[in-house]
Design a protein around this ligand. Structure first.
Ligand code: SAM
Length: 298
């Protein structure tokens, strides 16, 4: 074998070895990613939310006639049917148990709300939630954890209310514990109702300008976000200043920054990569627009 042939053979063996090592490490990495991802190990059984819990869930979410509610795992349909009958909302429930879907449909008919409450035999995880203004659920915590990315990606302002269980590490905006004497599961005759509002995505770099006491100045915002909380800095005339009192609720954002002796108060509505609102400096109110130049993941 001449030298070139030998070298080629060695190179191809080396390449094959590298491919093997790489594929082992990639599959290892992929396994790790999957191991970290929440998964369902136990199915959520059928347990009804007592009437007082349903009422509190609907009350905390402020359900009204303008709402479209989706109940994930709807059982006998009590949440959607109550929302339709007592609050004139519309909506649907999904459950993979065919008998429960029939029962829920029958219950809605008896309550006279078939035109506003429907039920489908469908897997929660394959349900399109895009039409919901309110999501209700009484599911095991690991279901909620799997649903978390889908819920966070819903339209900002979508309200979510859950009976007894949280959504992974996403802190609720409000929670309430109520006595439930008729509760059949658990030791405590009480239920916790948890409530969230889907926040707009504000993480990233934003550019805008603002009229200061010394003229128009460019302002750059660098924001980090974890669910409904954000923090960051602003660069004004090349100087970094802290963002103070950051507040985010649905698509409404506000914060303030200090510009020398002046306090600039910003507030606006976030829509995709734009914020439209106003800046207040002393008694002066100015239009404020910001554009995201780089999006960062939470
Ligand atoms: C705890 S019950 C809650 C019933 C009702 N939402 C209530 O609060 O009274 C949960 C329901 O989820 C349904 N369920 C569980 N896993 C599901 C899945 N992957 N897809 C659809 N329904 C599911 C069960 O059949 C059950 O009816």
């Amino acid at each position: 074998m001449n030298h070139t042939k030998q070298l080629l053979q060695q190179l191809s063996m080396l390449f094959a070895g590298l491919v093997a090592v790489l594929s082992v490490s990639t599959s290892f990495a992929a396994e790790n990613v999957e191991e970290d991802a929440p998964r369902i190990t136990e199915e959520t059984p059928y347990v009804q939310s007592p009437k007082v819990v349903v009422d509190t869930m609907l009350e905390m979410a402020g359900v009204n006639s303008g709402d479209f509610l989706i109940d994930l795992g709807s059982g006998d349909g009590r949440i959607v049917t109550t929302a339709a009958k007592e609050r004139k909302a519309r909506g649907f429930g999904v459950d993979y148990d065919e008998r429960l879907v029939k029962l829920a449909t029958e219950n809605a008919r008896k309550a006279g709300v078939s035109d506003r409450a429907s039920f489908f035999e469908q897997n929660i995880f394959k349900t399109d939630l895009g039409s919901a203004s309110v999501i209700t659920m009484y599911l095991l915590p690991e279901y909620n954890a799997v649903l978390k990315p889908t819920l966070l990606a819903l339209r900002p302002g979508t309200r979510i209310v859950s009976h007894d269980y949280g959504i992974g590490d996403w802190e609720p905006d409000a929670s309430k514990k109520i006595p439930v004497p008729e509760k059949r599961v658990g030791f405590e005759k009480a239920s916790t109702i948890l409530f969230w509002i889907v926040p707009a995505k504000v993480a990233g770099h934003w550019r805008s300008s603002v009229r200061t006491s010394s003229g128009i100045a460019d302002i750059e915002l660098m924001l980090k976000q974890k669910y409904q909380h954000f923090e960051g800095t602003a660069k004004l005339r090349g100087q970094e200043v802290a963002i103070e009192r950051p507040f985010l609720k649905a698509d409404y954002v506000s914060f303030r920054i200090q510009d020398g002796k002046d306090t600039l108060l910003f507030n606006g509505r976030v829509s995709n990569s734009r914020i439209a609102g106003e800046v207040i400096r002393g008694s002066e109110k100015m239009r404020w627009r910001a554009l995201r130049t780089e999006e960062l993941k939470e």
